[in-house]
Design a binder for this molecule. Sequence first.
Ligand SMILES: [Zn+2]
Length: 247
Amino acid sequence: MSVYIDSTSQLHHDLEQNLVVTCPHCQVVAHLTASAVPRFADLQLYRPRQVGVVYLCDNCHMPVFLRYTVRVYGATRIELSPQFTEVERAREKFSFAYIPEDVELLFREALTCFSQGAFNAFASMCRRTAQAMFADLGEAGRLRLLDELTAVRELAGIAPEIFAKMKSALFGAELDARAALPLFDGYQAGIMLEVLKDLLYEAYVRRGKLQQAIMVRRFFLDETGTHVAPFTPGADPLVDEAPRVAE
Ligand SMILES: [Zn+2]
């Protein structure tokens, strides 16, 4: 595969049709089209080790910036390494409704670390997020989450070594405060991200949604008058039950 800039400042990419990334703006895995390539003459003059190219996302048309390492400065073409760096990576999304404030603060930082490709910093923030959850949910809540983690392992068929790392990262500090965090690569960190989202969902979002749904049902029950207060002789029901529609 070859990628190069010719003497007319055109970018040539063998596998141009396969150039897809997760767009940092629309979060869609989309094809990119080159829209701004540095001038050949400028590159020949300054010979930087890396070259940046601006692309348009074919889905949302926002700019996406990729950086290439230069392989060779030739007389008629500048060869680039096909491996590029995404300068701006897609942000991980999560809805924080129903999540307590201190848990949210820590998990937001975990997501930022993940988006930046700092996977071990991400693992550290996952441990802190888990600790904040345990502090909030108490010992019974912590044991429930441990059960939940085991259930997720079976549900998703997570490999034993990744499961052991996750358990150590999320729960290890509870057993031994000095327990070292294992090292995570991008793949393992990605799995822990999905699992922690699931634990957060189980611990807070599911309960919050259910409570809200029940509250809404109760409200409509009251509104339609199906839920009628007992009749008190002598009391004027219209005054007593003023906010209710049907009596
Ligand atoms: Zn896009």
